[in-house]
Each structure stands twice: as structure tokens, then as C-alpha cells.
Design a binder for this molecule. Structure first.
Ligand code: F6R
Length: 614
């Protein structure tokens, strides 16, 4: 989603800002812009462009637009369509205040009406332009910068992170954060402001993550930080250990395919990090042995693919730790009654660690003084920083919008963590814990080898065949049901084919009416014998209606395999790891369908990698 980058310092800002915007491209955007203050004329200069960042770079080529202070933005349209006029920066009436912004100003309509009555002139359809005009109004009316900013923050509602640059203050940026992430990179005689430290990684490794509801006055050598009451805050600096490396697609056609193949090593790395930290794990997570031993209930909160990982992990925690586990969608949880429970632990799962829905649920949980844990792939993310403790997956940076290796490493961490908890509760032995780690490594092998086994069949025969259909039904039961949901999500987001998922047992309660020759059914089996028998009956129901059936089965499940029109046979693994073992093949299969259709797989339409607005 939108990316914010700013620079103030001795150097020239344009290259830093364009470089930063380029690094944030993977998050998804549909227009971009750059503004700076010309050091000679002291006037604000800018350009904006629809589409790819390269369009902005071409516009700027050959133009002497540069300076020692500037801001840039990649915009993912929310308020107002994709157009140059709606791209950021947005300006006040006299184009002397420039603003780039992430988030949503919820009362923008009301504010715009007020400002129009005061003769402000609006040129775009964005909520961001309202921020620029609110700044104009309050800077005119206030006697100090701080007074103006406090009035602005009182006026705006919603979640936002914005950076403002003023023509008449060419040495200072103003960075304001409420809800959406914002950080400042502290360099030598230069400062970087960004929504993600990746934008300036390598230029400095000292970073200040703005606390929620705070603002900073930033010049080349100094940061003054205040809370929304105007009280000065002592900045807490962090040392970054991320590096910017763009090793590209490494010969793969898409990042998604590369990332599908990185899963085995991601699982190994995640497991090895968890094991190396295992000694004082509860202390590191802000918990105690006693607390874990007495845990009575778990809550898991996440969105999208991360939610599917949580739904699968429910089976881990309930089976191994005997803990009732509630898995909730962040966007729903936030607006439901909150029931405080004793001996509860809430786990927040997010690849990016910046998903606003999930973050807001964490804030809500913290405000109830309930213990929280983040599971994320980004150690510097807001989720990791704000939760009581953080488990980090080591998938490596995920670039493709569709989550692949984040999902499999989340399953890895959750499986390991459930065993660790079960061990602490004395429900399993240390030996069983060791076996669990071996099982994970075996599942990682199966995940990759299964792709290899069916590579040619899928790419040459099955993908071209299935790419002809306009809709699909996905079925699973028990632990394979959330996995089937993940498969349906993967197919729909990268191929735009309508895909609906049901628990297989629900078929006869309604969805069976949808079955026909034009709607293939993809069914995922289960390693539990009792569940397998039920899945078998569901497959028979499908075939009896003449529908086309593709199954993912495990070795020895010949009866289910023989019912299907096409089948993938996967080696047996620990039954709880069935979904992980099927992950690579499932992802590769849907990837190939999308590729046959010529879809922009790494950046599907309308989607963003990091969903920082509600
Ligand atoms: C789907 C996908 C999304 C994300 C969701 C949550 O492939 O990537 O459904 O899983 O937007 O994102 P994170 O995990 O970053 O919180």
C-alpha cells in the first residue's frame, strides 16, 4: 500500500527519495509523486505521474528539480480514482505546503465542507488534500508550529501518517503519526522519513520509530518529538539490522515462483532460529513458565492468508496443548465485544507486521492489559515492536503480493510453538518435541519435492486445462478446510477466477446445487483416517453429480485418487503437517493457471502487499 519517503539534509534529495520509493514499490501502488524545495528559488517544485514509478522518473529526467529537502509517495488509491491530480504530494491553496500521506482521514468530507466555506480551493478528490488545507488554515491561525500541529491532530480523525513540507521553512519536515507507521532514519547531517525503514536501509542504520500519536519536527541534524498533548518525548533509537538487497527474481519468471521455491529454506531457517532461542523463550516473549502452564485459552487474530495459518494452527494448539483456541479475523474482531479472560494469550499473526486491522486489534488487547504475542516476518514492524513479545519467521523478504513463504513459515513457527507450549504444560515429552522438529523438516522436503514431481504435468497439461474454467469450488475438512480456503484465496487473487471454498461436509447443505460440468471441484484430503473416510463420501457426492474432480491425496489413499479426474499424490507426513506438505504443490498449481492466463502475478490488480488502511 502507499509508501511515504522524505529527506532533509546536506545531500540532494531526489535520488534518495526515488530510490526509497522504488524499494517500497512491492507494497502495491498505482501512482507516484515527488516534491522538493529548489535551493535557489526557494520555491516548491513537483511532479506526479499515474502508473509505475518509472513514469515519474521519466517525467523528472532532464529537469533540474532537486534540493536539500523533499518528499515522495507511492499511492494506492482509496479516496478518488487513479489519476495524476489525485497522486501525492497534495497541496494547499497557494501550493506552498506539500503533504504526502498514508492512511484514511475519516472526517475528510466534513472538513472539506468547512474549508470550502472558508474559500479553500480543492483540485483533487483525495482526503490527503484536506490535510494540506487544514495545515494551511491552522498555520495561518496559530502563533507557533506546535500549536498549529496540535490543532491539526485534534481536527483530523482516522488513522494516518503524513509528512508535510513548507515553502517558507525550507530546512524542516513535519512528520505526524496516528495509527499508520512512520519512522525517521538518522544519518550524518541528513534525516530520512519513511513509512518503512526499508526505504533508507543502507544509508543509515539508526532509526526512530515514531510512537503512536506523536509528531516530529525534523531538520538535517535534529529531531524534536512530541506527543499529541504537546509534551516533549525523549526519542528511543533502534539499530536496524535490515539490508537493502534486491537480488531480483534470480532467473524465475515471477517473484511468486521464486518465493514458492524459497519455502524449504525458509522453514529450515525459521526452525533453526526458534530452536536457538528456545532456552529462555518465555522470558523473551514477556511471559513466565507459570503463566504458560496455567494458560486456559488462546486467541489468534489475523487477516487473509495469515488468518488461514491461524485457522490451521488452531488444530495444533487444541490437539497438542488441549487449549480452546479462538481464531478471529482482525477486521471483525475489532468491532466485536471484547471479553476479557483470565489465563488467556492473544497471538497476532501478520507477514508484514503492519496490517492496520491486526495492529488495531493488538492495541485493543493491550488496552485491556491482556498479554499479547506477535508472529511476523518483519522484526522491525509495528506489530513486533508493540506486542508483549514477538516470534519472528525467517522467510526472507516476500515481494510478490500473494503470500507464499510467509504462510509456510507461519505454520512452521506455530507448529513449533504449540509443541513448546505442550512441553511446558507437560503434555508431551522432550523427545516428542525433537520429533516435531524432524517432522517439520520432512514436511519441508515433501513441500518442495512434490512440486518437482508434478512440475511438467502441471505446466504442460493441467494448468492449460484448468485455466479454461470460469469458476472453481474448493473443499476440505478439518485441518484441510482452512488450507482449502487458502488455496481458493490464492487462485482468486492471482488469476481473478471466481473460487469459493466450503467445508466438504457442508456441500449437501446447499453448495451442492452449484455442481455442474463447468465448475471443477478441488478437494484436499486429510491424514486422519476417520476424516479421510468422510472426505471419500464427499468426493463420491461430487462425482455422482457429474462434476469434474481434482484431488490432493496422501500416499495410500488410492480410493480417493481413483474417484478423481486428476489427482496429486503426496507422501505421508505428521497428520498435523498435511497442509504444510501440500502447500508447495497447491501454490504452484494455481500459479501456473494464472501464468497460462497471462495475469500480472506479482502485482495483481487492486491488491497491495501491505494493507495499512482499514
Ligand atoms: C494473500 C495475502 C493477504 C495477506 C493479508 C494480511 O495472499 O497476502 O491475504 O495475508 O493482507 O497481511 P499480513 O500477513 O501482512 O498481515
Amino acid at each position: 500500500m502507499c509508501g511515504v519517503v522524505g529527506y532533509v539534509g546536506k545531500g540532494y534529495c531526489r535520488n534518495y527519495i526515488l530510490e526509497g520509493l522504488g524499494r517500497l514499490e512491492y507494497r502495491g501502488y498505482d501512482s507516484s509523486g515527488f516534491a522538493c524545495i529548489d535551493p535557489q528559488t526557494k520555491r516548491l517544485a513537483y511532479h506526479r505521474a499515474e502508473g509505475q514509478l518509472i513514469n515519474l522518473i521519466h517525467k523528472l529526467e532532464g529537469l533540474p528539480i532537486d534540493g536539500h529537502i523533499g518528499i515522495g509517495h507511492t499511492r494506492w488509491a482509496t479516496h478518488g480514482g487513479i489519476s495524476e491530480k489525485n497522486a501525492h504530494p497534495q497541496f494547499d491553496c497557494t501550493e506552498s505546503i506539500a503533504v504526502v500521506h498514508n492512511g484514511i482521514i475519516e472526517n475528510h468530507h466534513h472538513l472539506k465542507t468547512e474549508l470550502l466555506a472558508k474559500n479553500h480551493i480543492f483540485l483533487s478528490d483525495t482526503d490527503t488534500e484536506v490535510v494540506a488545507h487544514v495545515c494551511e488554515q491552522f498555520f495561518k491561525e496559530s502563533s507557533s508550529i506546535n500549536e498549529a500541529i496540535l490543532s491539526i491532530t485534534q481536527k483530523l480523525s482516522g488513522a494516518y501518517a503524513f509528512v508535510a513540507m513548507f515553502q517558507n521553512q525550507s530546512d524542516q519536515l513535519i512528520a505526524v503519526r496516528k495509527g499508520s507507521p512512520l519512522c525517521i532514519g538518522i544519518g550524518k547531517e541528513q534525516m530520512f522519513v519513511a513509512s518503512d525503514p526499508l526505504a533508507f536501509a543502507g544509508f543509515t542504520d539508526t532509526v526512530l520509530f515514531l510512537p503512536d500519536e506523536s509528531y516530529a519536527l525534523v531538520n538535517e541534524s535534529n529531531i524534536q518529538l512530541f506527543d499529541f498533548k504537546g509534551k516533549k518525548i525523549e526519542p528511543t533509537l533502534t539499530t536496524l539490522d535490515i539490508q537493502w538487497s534486491n537480488d531480483g527474481k534470480n532467473g524465475f519468471k515471477h517473484y511468486m515462483l521464486k518465493e514458492i521455491y524459497e519455502q524449504k529454506s525458509g522453514i529450515q531457517a525459521t526452525l533453526s532460529h526458534l530452536r536457538s532461542n528456545e532456552k529462555d523463550i518465555w522470558g523473551q516473549l514477556g511471559l513466565t513458565n507459570e503463566y504458560v502452564q496455567n494458560l486456559k485459552v488462546l486467541s489468534i487474530v489475523a487477516a487473509g492468508t495469515s488468518w488461514h495459518a491461524g485457522r490451521i494452527a488452531q488444530f495444533f494448539f487444541e490437539k497438542l496443548c488441549l487449549l480452546p483456541t479462538h481464531v478471529m479475523l482482525a477486521s471483525e474482531f475489532r468491532y466485536m465485544p471484547y471479553f476479557a479472560q483470565q489465563n488467556n494469550l492473544s497471538i497476532f499473526i501478520s507477514q508484514s507486521g503492519e496490517t492496520v486491522d491486526t495492529l488495531e486489534c493488538l492495541y485493543l488487547t493491550k488496552s485491556m492489559k491482556a498479554p499479547s504475542l506477535a508472529l511476523t516476518n518483519v522484526a522491525t514492524s509495528a506489530l513486533a515492536r508493540e506486542a508483549g513479545g514477538a516470534l519472528i519467521t525467517h522467510a526472507g523478504r516476500e515481494i510478490a503480493v500473494a503470500s507464499t513463504k510467509a504462510f509456510s513459515t507461519q505454520l512452521t513457527a506455530l507448529f513449533w510453538f504449540a509443541h513448546k507450549m505442550a512441553l511446558e504444560k507437560r503434555l508431551i515429552s522432550y523427545r516428542q518435541m525433537e520429533h516435531a522438529c524432524d517432522d517439520l523438516l520432512i514436511a519441508a522436503e515433501v513441500l518442495e519435492n512434490s512440486i518437482e514431481k508434478y512440475f511438467t504435468k502441471i505446466s504442460k497439461e493441467l494448468a492449460p486445462f484448468y485455466a479454461q474454467f470460469k469458476r472453481f469450488i474448493f473443499l476440505g475438512r478439518n485441518i484441510s478446510y482452512p488450507f482449502a480456503m487458502e488455496a481458493a484465496l490464492k487462485l482468486k487473487e492471482i488469476s481473478y477466477i471466481f473460487s469459493q471454498c466450503y467445508p466438504a461436509g457442508e456441500l449437501k447443505h446447499g453448495p451442492i446445487a452449484l455442481l455442474d460440468k463447468e465448475t471443477p471441484v478441488i478437494l484436499f484430503s486429510n491424514l486422519d483416517e476417520q476424516i479421510y473416510q468422510k472426505v471419500l463420501s464427499n468426493a463420491q457426492e461430487v462425482k455422482a453429480r457429474g462434476a469434474h474432480l481434482l484431488t490432493f491425496v496422501f500416499e495410500g489413499q488410492e480410493e480417493l485418487a481413483s474417484l478423481a479426474d486428476h489427482t496429486f499424490i503426496i507422501p505421508r507426513v505428521n497428520p498435523l503437517l498435511g497442509p504444510l506438505a501440500m502447500t508447495g504443490l497447491m501454490q504452484f498449481f494455481v500459479y501456473e493457471i494464472a501464468d497460462v492466463l497471462g495475469c500480472p502475478i506479482d502485482k495483481p490488480r487492486n491488491l497491495a502487499k501491505s494493507v495499512t488502511v482499514e
